[in-house]
Design a protein around this ligand. Structure first.
Ligand code: ZN
Length: 172
């Protein structure tokens, strides 16, 4: 049986703006959480997900761009090189895309699900995804990178998003 998925928090939820707590001592509940996060990501056709997006205040992320699943605890970028700007979406901001400038190549140090240190060398899309997820751990969202004009447009989109969500909750 696949792990049970989690509910994804949408912009406006305070969980998305908190700084995630560092995990000290990786336990079975952390491993179970990582599996459920991965399941939630796959169920939502996402390529990355951070714990704050499912309302959990822990520094944990999962990512899979098709080359295998990463489950990372307390990830931090220790090296950056080059530049790229990709159109990014976010499971917590459905329907919204923002072009974000990020490093093209990065090194990430983290703990794996056994609590062992791991180093991930990433470039291009994977580097983008990991930087996006690590941003979530600092309460940072792609809208924060938007220009003044884009922000106005996104605000309108978010309003409509909330309207749509309300309609859905009263749908029979
Ligand atoms: Zn996101």
């Amino acid at each position: 049986m696949p792990p049970i998925g989690l509910e994804i928090k949408i912009i406006g939820d305070p969980a998305l703006r908190k700084v995630a707590r560092t995990v000290s001592g990786v336990g079975p509940e952390d491993r179970s959480l990582l599996s459920r996060m991965a399941q939630t990501m796959y169920d939502s056709s996402g390529i990355g997900l951070a714990a704050p997006q499912v309302g959990i205040n822990k520094a944990m992320i999962v990512a899979d761009i098709g080359g295998g699943l990463y489950k990372l605890i307390n990830p931090r970028v220790t090296y950056k090189q080059g530049k790229q700007a990709l159109e990014e979406g976010c499971l917590s901001l459905p329907g919204i895309c923002v072009k974000v400038k990020r490093a093209r190549r990065i090194t990430v140090q983290a703990l794996d699900e056994q609590g062992e240190p791991v180093t991930v060398e990433a470039q291009d899309l994977l580097a983008c995804v990991l930087q996006h997820e690590i941003d979530h751990l600092r309460g940072k969202l792609i809208v924060d990178y938007a220009s003044f004009l884009q922000k106005a447009r996104i605000k309108r989109q978010i309003k409509n998003l909330k309207k749509a969500a309300n309609v859905c909750t009263v749908n029979l």
